[in-house]
Design a protein around this ligand. Structure first.
Ligand code: ADP
Length: 163
């Protein structure tokens, strides 16, 4: 039984994240979605709101793929979180060049701490590749249409936040 950990802030979960989750589900038997508490980043949605949105989005994905999906908030080191949940692989999404430098450093440092946990990078489908939670929030705040970036349920939650 292979367990994977997909960590992120998910503030909020987008169609880009969902695309990566669907792909990750084909690689592991159990997928733990690690929700970084990230107080420093000043998330728009509380941890509870982010977890609830991910759980709602993942119910269908779990059924479709047959992969068990568990949502797990964490505040410690990623590598310690991976050990805590019994993950042998960390899954990350990779968008164009912007993510590369950061991810490159993360893999190097995580490997130095624990060489037994492999990091695997996945790319979303072309129309989901440019989606970033940060930009989705900015567009929603300015009254733009975010239908192509998040599900209707997440869109409604964003509308509530921005009145
Ligand atoms: P963001 O960078 O949008 O705030 P997160 O910190 O929640 O998102 O990202 C969690 C993981 O999901 C990271 O590995 C990130 O690269 C990946 N990810 C986010 N959006 C996309 C996307 N549109 N396509 C591929 N991977 C993505």
């Amino acid at each position: 039984m292979r367990t994977g950990l997909y960590p992120g802030t998910f503030d909020p979960i987008t169609l880009g994240h969902a695309d990566i989750i669907r792909r990750a589900c084909s690689l592991v038997d159990k997928l733990v979605i690690g929700v970084a508490i990230n107080r420093d980043k000043g998330p728009l949605f509380s941890l509870e709101e982010r977890v609830a949105m991910i759980e709602a989005e993942c119910a269908a994905l779990s059924k479709q793929t047959g992969c068990e999906i568990v949502v797990h908030p964490f505040e410690n080191l990623l590598i310690h979180c991976a050990r805590d949940v019994g993950a042998s692989v960390i899954l990350r999404g990779l968008r164009a060049v912007a993510d590369f430098e950061y991810e490159y450093q993360m893999v190097g440092m995580n490997r130095a701490m624990d060489d037994s946990i492999e990091t695997v990078f996945l790319m979303a489908e072309a129309q989901h590749q440019a989606i970033a939670s940060k930009l989705v929030k900015e567009i929603a705040r300015l009254g733009g249409d975010i239908s192509g970036f998040v599900t209707p349920a997440v869109k409604a939650q964003l509308a509530e936040k921005f009145g």
